[in-house]
Design a protein. Structure first.
Length: 213
């Protein structure tokens, strides 16, 4: 128990770092994915560029993308800390996946709804916010939650550039104490707690959306 008490402060601090990085990247990634997925279809060239971006990001490992940003940008005169490079790279990485979720969500809405709304003198903006958006959000919410959890897990790769998140903290404890079982058990428990917290929030939000109809 004394050993556990010694480790807990470090893990709580590392869990906060992991959550902060993942939350920033997920929020920014969702915003980028939503914006580009909504705007690009109306501009053929922008749409091709966006689809090419999604194809490249989803087809390459996040570790390589993190390395390009953290080690490559300084050669162009852009200096980022390890945390800043992680947030930026994880944002760009998750934006491709969030964008695909939004594309599937909007694709699930029958196009006849917009035509019917316009025929009944309902503006495109009102149709978007009051008819299409609620349906798309209900469709996308579980997928967005899953992607947020995956973003939390991917943040573990930031340990290779010494970001003091959960995985890096565990590696330091193991290197200093030569103890493996308890540190890695705490690592697993920490990620599990974060994932369960996200799942709980998503279920609660989904319930609120259903009962708010």
């Amino acid at each position: 128990m004394s050993e556990l008490a010694n480790y807990l402060p470090d893990y709580l601090q590392a869990m906060g770092t992991t959550l902060w990085i993942s939350l920033c990247a997920a929020v920014l990634g969702m915003a980028l994915g939503f914006a580009f997925n909504g705007l690009c279809p109306h501009h053929p060239l922008a749409y091709r560029l966006w689809r090419g971006y999604v194809w490249i990001i989803r087809g390459t490992p996040y570790l390589a993308q993190l390395a390009v940003i953290y080690f490559g940008l300084p050669s162009a005169g852009i200096m980022l800390s390890a945390v800043q490079a992680t947030v930026l790279s994880l944002t760009l990485y998750s934006a491709a996946y969030f964008g695909e979720i939004f594309r599937a969500a909007w694709g699930s809405i029958p196009p006849g709804q917009r035509e019917a709304a316009l025929a009944n003198s309902i503006s495109g903006v009102r149709c978007f916010w009051h008819i299409q958006a609620p349906q798309a959000v209900r469709f996308a919410l579980p997928l967005l939650g899953n992607q947020f959890i995956l973003t939390i897990k991917e943040s573990a790769i930031a340990s290779v550039i010494t970001v003091p998140e959960l995985t890096m903290t565990t590696s330091q404890i193991v290197a200093n104490t030569y103890t493996y079982v308890l540190p890695y058990a705490l690592l697993i428990a920490s990620y599990w707690l974060l994932a369960q917290g996200v799942s709980f929030c998503v279920r609660g939000l989904g319930y609120a959306l259903r009962t708010g109809d």
